[in-house]
Ligand binder design. Structure first.
Ligand code: 3H9
Length: 675
């Protein structure tokens, strides 16, 4: 293998180039190469300045995450960045792509930083449950101030080059496409500058109130997470102290987080997300079909949200409804959503117009004839869907991909209503479809490999995390939700309250509990609409129009500001059902709630794996983290189960009389894990 770092003399400037695809991660060979280049520059009197630049899609995107937890190879990144800064000759970082994590820390250690306008800078370590461990907590506050450092290091979102220049992180912008030449010219310009600007020697101005204000403002966002709290503590404790003292503290905290369970879970999710894009049984080199135009059937909440994904990615959409007023309402909502995003400053008015300009509203399915991908997003009714797919079969051009956004229904049955089942699959978006990251790609028995590859490619284009699921009721996510809902309701009958169950789930790290979720989504969803037919607690609530937040009453009562309180009426309804069903009651403990609502999900996940409905356990974790708010720092249900111990999960399930998945039992007996 070629060495990833090469050097070349351009007159009196040494250009150090990294070529370590795909993202120029700072693995051992890269660090060693950079170290050798510094030695070369120091030892050659003819060299007056050094440029560090990367080939390929990006500047260093961070430390090499695959090295974490493995035996350590010299030089470490913290040592290397200090060596860069200590160079007696000016070092210029020439940045394109994404300078992330360790990559941003390398740039911070250089004496001068130049970037093209499309470049981005960020400290995403927090998303891996870590903190910037190569001087980032020390150099960024010195360069950009404590506020910017807190924001970037605790939230992990990158900032564009222009903003980086405003805050002092970039010294000069380069022209797109001319970075290397302009960086060399810059290096010549500063070759004689002394003293060299060394970030670590700069002072940090601190206002002690900043930290508590920041903690309070972000308390909800950081709930349950170790890394953001540690980052704030480190910056607070070291601001105003000498750099050498600061990095010692940084190192200690980095190691502490690295050994912790949360970082292990978050690193698992990082790789799980990327693994999910790989499809079993698809021949290598299978090419995606070109998707230049998309059709969406149904302009309701789902159809509108789905369309927005494509419009935002610059792909034209024809959206079809049956009636003009429904079509107008749907497109109106889309425009309103875009305008709300613009009002928050996350889009320009121009971008809103550009996206809406790509939308072609229509009342005729015939207008879908030129679409490469058509997604049906009408209500859940098999007969209706079959009729639509039958029509599509006559209208769509050959090779067009026909997708259903169904959340439960059998894709093979839908596909059978066409003469081209190889072109049919499920694309299950999650509401709100323009926001939620997850996309379940449902693989029918006859779905062609290139159709699957196209779905994964398109998903990446519209910035979704896609997971392949097999055809079964509810696919991966909703199928696992079912035992949870059933048990949550059974627990109500046996003596628990909605607030106790919700409290346990929120305490676990979910954004909300099952009953809070029911009230938000609508208690009447999926209800048979017959108020005289009351077979369960949900029917009873729905019959009284306790449909959730939208009605001011559901499993909870709501005031004008939608603040919930416990409902005596709901307590009475539950009591009534207890008596009617003669359900014996007992003291339900929080532990029992975990066993019956979360262990049962793991059990269902194991059955899904057993039946081959998910390709791998980590795919199930991705579904739950990106589609249902499972706390990422717990790594998804299957990863969490591994940590709990599968023997304990089996014992918990057996204690409550559940039928244990054969795969789960086998793994528990052999002492194996899912991941
Ligand atoms: C850090 O820096 C700690 C320091 O502060 C202190 C150290 C002491 N390492 O995402 P993609 C792989 S922590 C190893 O699909 P994109 C990835 O697995 C690090 N591998 O591409 C995938 O492999 P495969 C802080 C990495 O174009 C392939 O590259 N940095 C790393 O959509 C393509 O990835 C981060 O957290 C890595 N650091 O997006 C940045 N990064 O093809 C993490 C990627 O086998 N990375 N790979 O599946 C990213 O956010 C995105 O990859 C990036 C490109 C935006 C760069």
């Amino acid at each position: 293998m070629n060495a990833p770092i090469s050097t070349v003399r351009e007159g009196d400037v040494l250009v150090v180039t990294s070529n370590n695809p795909p993202v120029n991660a700072l693995g051992a060979a890269v660090r060693q190469g950079l170290d050798a280049a510094l030695t070369e520059a120091a030892g050659d009197d003819g060299i007056k300045a050094v440029v560090i630049i990367c080939e390929g899609q990006t500047f260093f995107a961070g430390a090499d995450i695959t090295e974490f937890g493995k035996p350590f190879v010299e030089p470490s990144l913290p040592v290397l960045v200090d060596r860069i800064e200590a160079s007696e000759k000016p070092v210029i970082a020439a940045v394109h792509g994404t300078a992330l994590g360790g990559g941003c820390e390398v740039a911070l250690a250089c004496h001068y930083r130049m970037a093209v306008p499309s470049a981005k800078f960020g400290l995403p370590e927090v998303k891996l449950g870590l903190l910037p461990g190569a001087g980032g907590t020390q150099r960024l506050p010195r360069v950009a101030g404590v506020e910017v450092a807190l924001e970037m290091a605790t939230k992990g979102d990158p900032i564009p080059a222009a903003k980086a220049k405003d805050v002092g992180l970039v010294d000069r912008l380069a022209s797109e496409g001319a970075l290397r030449d302009e960086a060399i010219a810059y290096a010549r310009e500063v070759a004689g500058a002394r003293p060299l600007p060394r970030t670590s020697t700069r002072d940090v101005t601190v206002d002690s109130a900043t930290f508590d204000t920041f903690r309070k403002a972000n308390a909800k966002r950081f709930r349950g997470m170790d890394a953001p709290a540690e980052i704030i503590d480190v910056i607070e404790a070291t601001a105003g102290k000498p750099y050498t003292e600061g990095v010692q503290r940084e190192r200690m905290s980095f190691m502490k987080l690295m050994m912790g369970a949360q970082s292990a879970a978050l690193r698992h999710i990082f790789f799980a997300e990327r693994k999910a894009a790989k499809i079993d049984g698809v021949p290598d080199g299978t090419e995606a079909r070109a998707i230049k135009k998309v059709g969406v059937i149904g302009a309701g909440t789902m159809g509108g949200g789905i369309s927005m994904n494509f419009l935002s990615a610059g792909i034209p959409v024809t959206i079809v409804e049956m009636q003009q007023d429904a079509l107008d309402r749907g497109t109106g909502v889309m425009r309103k959503n875009y305008e709300a995003t613009a009002a928050k400053g996350r889009m320009t008015a121009e971008q809103v117009e550009k996206a809406m300009g790509l939308l072609n509203p229509s009342l005729s399915m015939d207008d879908l004839a030129d679409c490469d991908l058509i997604i049906e997003a009408v209500y859940e009714n098999m007969d209706v869907k079959k009729e639509i797919f039958g029509k599509l079969d006559r209208i769509a051009k050959p090779g067009a991909i026909l997708a259903s956004n169904t959340s439960y229904l059998n894709i093979d049955e839908i596909a059978a209503s066409t003469g081209r089942p190889q072109d049919v699959l499920g694309l299950h978006f999650f509401s709100p479809a323009n926001v939620m990251k997850l996309l379940e790609v449902v693989r029918g028995a006859k779905t062609a490999p290139d159709v699957l590859v196209t779905a994964m490619t398109v998903a990446k284009k519209i910035r979704k995390v896609a997971v392949v699921a097999g055809v079964c009721h509810g696919f991966i996510g909703n199928r696992m939700l079912m035992p949870r809902q059933v048990e949550a309701t059974n627990l109500l009958l046996e003596g628990a309250t909605p607030e106790q169950i919700d409290r346990v789930h929120v305490g676990f790290g979910m954004p909300m509990g099952p009953f809070q979720m029911a009230d938000l989504a609508g208690v009447d969803i999926g209800w048979h609409r017959d108020p005289t037919r009351i077979e369960n607690i949900r029917d009873a609530l729905a019959a009284e129009e306790r449909w959730g937040q939208k009605k001011g009453a559901g499993f909870y009562d709501y005031d004008d500001k939608r603040q919930p309180s416990n409902s005596p009426r709901v307590a009475a309804i539950i009591e009534d059902f207890r008596q009617k069903t003669g359900t014996p009651q007992h003291d339900v403990t929080d532990e029992e709630i975990v066993e019956r609502t979360l262990y049962t999900m793991v059990n269902e996940g194991a059955k899904i794996l057993e039946e081959g409905m998910a390709q791998r356990a980590s795919d199930i974790d991705v579904v739950w983290v990106y589609g249902y708010g499972w706390p990422p720092y717990r790594g998804g249900p299957m990863f969490w189960a591994d940590g709990e111990g599968l023997k304990k999960i089996v014992a918990g399930l057996e204690k409550h009389g559940f039928e244990v998945s054969a795969l789960l039992r086998e793994k528990a007996e052999k002492g194996e894990k899912f991941n």
